[in-house]
Design a protein around this ligand. Sequence first.
Ligand code: AMP
Ligand code: MG
Length: 408
Amino acid sequence: MTDLLNPDDALQQLLAHIPGPTPEQVPPEQATERTLAVDVTAPIDLPPFANSSVDGYAVRSADTSTAGTTLEVVMDIPAGTPPDRTIEAGQAARIMTGAPVPDGADAIIPVEKTNGKWNHDADTALEPQVTLNDAVSAGANIRPVGENIRKGQQVLSAATMLRPQDIGMLVSLGVAEVKVYRQPTVAIISTGDELVPVGEPLSPGKIHDSNSYTIAALVEANGGVAIRMPAAKDTLEDVRDLFHEALAQQPDMLVSTAGVSVGQYDVVRTVLDELGEIGFWRVNVRPGKPLAFGNIQGKPFFGLPGNPVSAMVTFDIFVRPALRKLGGMPDDTQTHTAITGEDMRSDGRRTYVRVRLEEKDGTIVATTTGTQSSGALMSMVLADGLLIIPEGQTHVPAGTALPVRLLR
Ligand code: AMP
Ligand code: MG
């Protein structure tokens, strides 16, 4: 047995403290990849009127024959213009693609099957007669009312991430304001005397602050808006100032990396105690056992480990679902079963192994991406997924089937 928290229980507990999403209205051009907040039903039929799918002549199909027919051309119907008369027996109307089909006509014959002269570049004068080279059947080349969608039918359901075609459909239906969920803003905080901003040279003992970029990218990939703060030095004042600056941005959530290791004296913990109600959780996962969670001035706060892989893995397990709840986005986790391609070990915690996936003879084989050090981000760069060794399983022989969380 272990006194460490079960990761699933930990997730459920912390999700209970995450508020649900807030809807807002945005114009369609701002709605791509946003999460729809409501079910949308069609307020109109699409197309709203029967129209021609070709450039040709609107005719009564009964008038046509394979032997050829000559009809009187009584009207010209460009797109966008309603016809002003009915087609009687022996009559035809010249009609453009997308133009309304006139009453009386039940088929369109394409211009290529007539002797009609049709020049798109010039305004071709209407010939008084047209000869059809073929017969057409009723309904030919007509897009009927509601062919696309019927008024009252459901078009899209809430929690859909809007794709380009969805946006086009909403606009086709006349939706000028789309109700989507507001994108949660997330302040990202890094601390450490060793951290140097990218673009500055590394002096001895220094590393670049990569975590704030990785976390910002993860936030954006999960529908949030990242507010990346510059890294603070390991002094009480600096860290306190940084948290205040972050709060001044009025984020919906705060995520920090580093400085929360259990047992270690760290100024971050002092500041967290001053500003919020934070619990230090010992979750049964590897990498990334130390995890702080709580709220700062009512906003959810996650304190992730500093090691780059630990920060990413704990984000994936805990922050991602919380952020997606806040933004109203459904879980998009993709899991495959893979066969381990080598012996693997764990210390008994639920272990997330960075693996590469390869298909061999119809099965997916997982092999580790080299060193599994929680500081070695290259193990993530090479990884297709995180293979999950369950709690209590310390030795996994090659050939074992285990779940793999796919990484993007
Ligand atoms: P700490 O939790 O402060 O002890 O940090 C653990 C490890 O993570 C150390 O090796 C740090 O140098 C590294 N680390 C902390 N913050 C960052 C960061 N923002 N970017 C890259 N590495 C970091
Ligand atoms: Mg540190």
